[in-house]
Design a protein around this ligand. Structure first.
Ligand SMILES: [Zn+2]
Length: 263
C-alpha cells in the first residue's frame, strides 16, 4: 500500500504538464495519429508519455543512441493503447530495448530430437516477464503512417497487455460482463482468419494473426487503430469487442478527420 502511494506521488511529479515544447513538436512530426485525438485524449496521452519516458529503462542496442525523438515516438504509440483503459503504465515492462533495424534472435528448433539454434531476423518482440524489443526503423515508420494497417509498437505492447493476466492467450484482463462476448467473437474471427489465410485470401487483419490466438489479438489491435473504418464495416462484431476493451472509437476519429478535409 505504502509503495503504491509513493509511486503515485512520484508519478504526479513526473507527469506534471505541460509537455516540453520539443516533445510536443516531436509528437506533431512523428506521431500522425496525434492530430486525430481530442483534447482529453491528448492530455491523457501526454501524461502516459511522460511516465513511460521517466520510469522505463530505455536501452539502445548495436550502438543505437536513444534520443528524445526515439522515446517520444515509441512512448506515444505504446501509450495510445492505454488512454481509455484502467492501467498502471505497463507495469510488466521494465525495459524498452531499441535496435536500429531488424535484429537477429536465437531460436531453438527441434530437429530430429536435437535442439538446433537458428537465427531469425525480427522487427520486434515482447518477452513474458522481460523487455519489449523494437527495431527503430519500423517503430518510426509506424508513428509516421497512421493508416497503413501495420504498427510494430501497437503489436508488441498489445502482447504486453495480453500478458498482464499471466497468459498469452489473446485475452487481456476484461470486465466480467465483457468476457463471454469477447471469447465468442474472438474465437469466431480467429477461425475465419485462419481459413481465409489458408486459402490465400487477404483480410483487414494481417495473416500473421492466424499464427495463434495471441498473435490474433496483437494483429487485430494494429488493424483496430490503423484501419478502424474498414474493420468496423467488414468485421462489426470484432470492432465492437475491441472498442469495448480499449474504450476508444478510432473509426469515429478517422471519419471526423475525413469530414474536416471535405470530399
Ligand atoms: Zn506478435
Amino acid at each position: 500500500m505504502v509503495f503504491s502511494w509513493l509511486k503515485k506521488r512520484r508519478r504526479k511529479k513526473t507527469a506534471a504538464p505541460p509537455l516540453p515544447p520539443s516533445w510536443a513538436a516531436c509528437l506533431e512530426e512523428s506521431f500522425q495519429h496525434w492530430n486525430a485525438l481530442d483534447g482529453g485524449e491528448k492530455q491523457a496521452l501526454e501524461d502516459i508519455i511522460q511516465v513511460l519516458i521517466a520510469e522505463k529503462n530505455w536501452e539502445g542496442c548495436n550502438g543505437f543512441a536513444i534520443t528524445e525523438e526515439v522515446q517520444v515516438t515509441i512512448a506515444a504509440q505504446a501509450g495510445l493503447l492505454l488512454i481509455g483503459i484502467e492501467h498502471d503504465y505497463y507495469q510488466n515492462v521494465d525495459s524498452i530495448l531499441v535496435y536500429p533495424s531488424t535484429y537477429k534472435l536465437p531460436r531453438s528448433r527441434q530437429v530430429g530430437g536435437a535442439v538446433s539454434e537458428d537465427k531469425t531476423a525480427v522487427l520486434g518482440s515482447a518477452h513474458h516477464g522481460g523487455p519489449v524489443i523494437l527495431a527503430w526503423d519500423a517503430a518510426r515508420q509506424g508513428g509516421r503512417n497512421a493508416d497503413d494497417g501495420r504498427n510494430l509498437v501497437y503489436h508488441e505492447f498489445a502482447h504486453k497487455l495480453d500478458m498482464l493476466d499471466g497468459m498469452v492467450d489473446g485475452t487481456p484482463e476484461l470486465d466480467a460482463d465483457e468476457f463471454n462476448a469477447w471469447v465468442e467473437v474472438m474465437t469466431a474471427e480467429y477461425d475465419k482468419l485462419v481459413s481465409r489465410s489458408r486459402k490465400g485470401k487477404k483480410s483487414v487483419i494481417d495473416s500473421y494473426g492466424a499464427t495463434d490466438v495471441g498473435e490474433f489479438f496483437a494483429s487485430a489491435t494494429e488493424s483496430f487503430f490503423e484501419k478502424p473504418v474498414r474493420m468496423q464495416a467488414e468485421h462489426p462484431r470484432l470492432y465492437d469487442v475491441m472498442q469495448s476493451f480499449y474504450h476508444q472509437d478510432p473509426a469515429r476519429r478517422f471519419q471526423r478527420i475525413r469530414e474536416k478535409k471535405g470530399p
